[in-house]
Design a protein around this ligand. Structure first.
Ligand SMILES: Nc1ncnc2c1ncn2[C@@H]1O[C@H](COP(=O)(O)OP(=O)(O)OP(=O)(O)O)[C@@H](O)[C@H]1O
Ligand SMILES: [Mg+2]
Length: 154
């Protein structure tokens, strides 16, 4: 997670990344968790396109209990009302070339990891997506009765 966030430096988004280095590790499927970040940052980037002082903030911080919160906020126009307070509907998009699948995919991956996703609009304008993940949340890993030789530790 920490690594992935550093990949999104700059790009004229006013991108700011804050990571609490004392967080417990999240166990999970790195490829899928990377896609979560990617989809959310892309949405934020789309949302601030055309804003005069674009700001996209990504943070990884301690949430309630032992959970870890990934938050992506921006100063775009915010979510259309119908997106708030419920699960994202696949194919609901306001973009000419959007699939409307980004958030549904995020939600699915987050739930596979035992987490939850919340969408909200900020009082100051803009949108914020919070993804809460339990520490040590394990994505369903391929299960074998006997560990493969390469997985055995000494
Ligand atoms: N940060 C955001 N600010 C405002 N609206 C947003 C934001 N993120 C998502 N949305 C709204 O939610 C809709 C669905 O987002 P989703 O990521 O599922 O699909 P998409 O972004 O439209 O398409 P794609 O992900 O394929 O580019 C968007 O079309 C947009 O209306
Ligand atoms: Mg999207």
């Amino acid at each position: 997670m920490r690594e992935v966030l550093t990949l999104y430096d700059a790009h004229g988004l006013g991108l700011r990344v804050a990571v609490d280095d004392t967080l417990p590790d999240i166990a999970g499927d790195a490829v899928k968790l990377r896609q979560v970040i990617h989809n959310l940052v892309r949405n934020a980037a789309d949302a601030v396109a055309g804003v005069s002082l674009p700001r996209v903030h990504v943070s990884l911080e301690r949430a309630d209990g032992a959970r870890v919160a990934l938050r992506v906020s921006d100063n775009g126009a915010g979510f259309p009302r119908e997106f708030l307070g419920r699960a994202p509907e696949p194919y609901m998009t306001t973009k000419a070339r959007g699939t409307g699948l980004g958030l549904s995919i995020v939600r699915k991956i987050v739930e596979e990891h035992g987490g939850a996703m919340h969408l909200e609009n900020l009082a100051t304008g803009g949108a914020r997506v919070s993804v809460l993940l339990p520490p040590g949340a394990a994505a369903p890993a391929p299960r074998r009765a006997v560990p493969a030789a390469s997985e055995q530790t000494t």
